[in-house]
Design a protein around this ligand. Structure first.
Ligand code: 13P
Length: 240
């Protein structure tokens, strides 16, 4: 099993407003999550509700993105200090949906990570190849490029990587444990920090994925939206 204490993070994407967030988090407080570190990542508008509902627990709350500037004319963006003010513990950065649909680049990912770290936020930085890149035999080259862009801003403390093969996100096509392990070992050879696997993690595949030596936890999308399945994934990771 992975030597580090597993970290299970739920990326809610654009689901759950404040009302649903409150009831979800109150149910999560009462769930048996096993011996793992747990983070939930609600949409910006639901962060305050999550922080309040989870106060006094070990469950952390992170945002799904963060801007690199301290403040300024950046319509629609959120600064790291604003997240800190809410009691938020960290942020996801560089998710493939940001890279695919919102023009995120290796350069902007690095800037966001640097600003988040400087403000004392933990960071879950995402990397991963598309299906076309994997089929073209470019997986390692893509991962190397994405991780090397992060290296100059990786201060080691509070930085976690997530390997999320784009072809496995929301498709039900999970990477095999062998594919995940191979990618994680390669990423670790470039940057030795905890590495989460993300892409169609479900209660029934979590244990075998988390059992791989270089898989330190999971970044869960769809299956994190339901308390029962999220708790089942935490339990599976706890026992793997
Ligand atoms: P799914 O678990 O829904 O495939 O999403 C994975 C993901 O993108 C987590 O960030």
């Amino acid at each position: 099993m992975a030597a580090r204490r597993p970290l299970i993070a739920g990326n809610w994407k654009m689901f759950k407003g404040p009302g649903e967030t409150g009831s979800f988090c109150r149910a999560l407080r009462d769930a048996d999550l096993g011996d793992v570190d747990v983070v939930v990542c609600p949409p910006y508008v639901s962060l305050a509700e999550a922080v309040q509902a989870l106060a006094g627990t070990d469950i952390a709350v992170a945002a799904q993105n963060v801007h690199w500037a301290a403040d300024g004319a950046f319509t629609g963006e959120i600064a790291a200090s604003m997240l800190r003010e809410l009691g938020v513990y960290g942020a996801i950065v560089g998710h493939s949906e940001r890279r695919q649909f919102f023009g995120e680049t290796d350069e902007t990912v690095a800037k966001r990570i640097a600003a988040a770290e400087a403000a004392g936020l933990h960071v879950i930085a995402c990397v991963g190849e598309t299906e076309a890149e994997r089929e073209a035999g470019e997986t390692e080259a893509v991962l190397r490029r994405q991780v090397e862009a992060i290296l100059p801003v990786a201060d080691g403390e509070g930085l976690v990587l997530a390997y999320e093969p784009v072809w496995a996100i929301g498709t039900g096509k999970t990477a095999t444990p062998e594919i995940a392990q191979e990618a994680h070992a390669f990423i670790r050879s470039l940057l030795d920090v905890p590495i989460l696997y993300g892409g169609s993690v479900k209660p029934d595949n979590a244990a075998v994925l988390m059992g791989q030596p270089d898989v330190d936890g999971a970044l869960v999308g769809g299956a994190s939206l339901d308390v029962e399945s999220f708790a089942a994934i935490c339990q599976a990771a706890s026992h793997s």
